[in-house]
Design a protein around this ligand. Structure first.
Ligand SMILES: *Cc1c(COP(=O)(O)O)cnc(C)c1O
Length: 375
């Protein structure tokens, strides 16, 4: 059994996939070939926004948006403590200060109350200027945008949605990557929509930001004259081959993959019953199930279950064994577990089970029985 089975996916999509890749090889336009623009247009339409700018990965996507917003030294950018490092690391790279915020114990996403408290604390201290908030759609579940956007507006902050794990999710009819002033995603192979290498994209309804980002991803070149570099930019492009992969995978994602993972999640939750804490999906929310993550009683039970599953050939992962406040790179912030009680607790109790659109009913049952037997 695979934790995320990319081989089964390739076998299913092979005829379409190979045809598209062959076309790119025949045409030889490996950088900014026609598939890149076609994919950007499809992505924008799927997310329900006006502009999509592809780039080299989800980390660059976050960094490019903050560069365009002029975020740097002296600025505070708020993000979740329980997330992948890039949500905060990109803030630090630009010389700004990531302000970590504890998460909600049920959704594992940025807690709006803790966000407002953190903003007020920064304002009270008067050393940093609050500029933006980066909510993360952890494990595929959209963050609480209705409340976060209201708080951001109250304090004049921009909202940058980190949708690296959330692509395909929804709140009501509104899709992930359409929230905030801009949104980003990642096409790392294991994400809900992944390619065969690295890739990323930025989404926005802001036409001026779209132009700015297209320049910043290409060495800051001018839209009119490509040998006039007006800004200091990056080199961050989505390869044509990856765009071809993604065009094929986006079709499958829309046709059946997103439904399949939701069906598997419902099956897991039904089978697991009360043996463990199963994922909480608020009313009106749809997850794209980047992870199906359960909560065990304590670290001992979690680590024991992980070994028990491994003994039966079932892979499982701990996302994440530590919060950002526990990262060595941020030791200088002097933050303690007492400042982040929810993240610190989750890091000891979470376990992610195999989850992907090609997981069979039999394997889902095998995983659920192995978990129930142990707990
Ligand atoms: C994967 C991920 C990123 C970074 O994406 P890359 O494409 O690997 O650079 C950023 N934020 C979150 C929450 C992620 O899960």
């Amino acid at each position: 059994m695979e934790f995320r089975d990319l081989r089964a996916q390739y076998e299913r999509l092979k005829p379409r996939m190979d045809g598209r890749l062959q076309k790119v090889l025949n045409e030889g336009k490996f950088i900014f070939g026609p598939e890149v623009g076609e994919f950007e247009a499809r992505l924008a339409a799927y997310a329900g926004v006006q502009h999509c700018v592809s780039c080299a990965n989800g980390t660059d996507a976050l960094q490019l948006v903050m560069m365009a917003w002029g975020i740097g030294s002296g600025d505070a950018v708020f993000t979740a403590d329980f997330t992948f490092f890039a949500s905060a690391g990109t803030v630090s790279i630009l010389g700004a200060t990531p302000v970590l915020v504890d998460v909600d114990p049920r959704t594992f996403n940025l807690c709006p109350d803790a966000l407002e408290a953190a903003i007020l604390k920064v304002l009270r201290e008067g050393k940093l200027t609050p500029r933006a908030v980066i909510p993360v759609d952890l494990f595929g579940l959209p963050a609480d945008y209705p409340r976060i956007e209201a708080i951001a507006e109250k304090y004049g902050l921009k909202v940058l949605e980190d949708g690296a794990q959330g692509f395909g999710g929804k709140i009501g009819a509104k899709r992930v990557c359409s929230f905030g002033n801009a949104a980003t995603t990642s096409f790392f192979p294991a994400k809900p929509l992944g390619c065969y290498g690295d890739g990323g994209a930025i989404f926005t309804n802001d036409a001026a930001l779209d132009v700015h980002l297209r320049s910043l991803r290409a060495q800051g070149r001018s839209p009119e004259d490509k040998y006039d570099n007006r800004l200091i930019g990056m080199n961050s492009r989505l390869d044509t081959l990856q765009a071809a992969v993604l065009l094929t995978k986006l079709e499958a994602f829309e046709e059946f993959e997103l439904d399949a993972v939701n069906q598997i999640a419902r099956r897991y939750t039904g089978l697991l019953g009360d043996s463990v804490v199963t994922p909480y999906i608020p009313e009106g929310y749809l997850s794209s199930w980047a992870q199906y993550t359960i909560l065990l009683r304590d670290q001992g039970q979690r680590d024991g279950l992980k070994r028990h599953l491994a003994g039966q050939g079932i892979p499982s992962m701990v996302y994440y064994p530590r919060g950002l406040h526990q990262q060595t790179a941020y030791a200088g912030f002097g933050l303690t577990d007492a400042d982040f009680p929810v993240t610190s607790d989750l890091a000891r109790r979470v376990l992610s089970l195999p989850m992907h659109p090609y997981l069979t009913e039999k394997d889902t049952q095998k995983v659920a029985s192995a978990v129930s037997d142990f707990t």
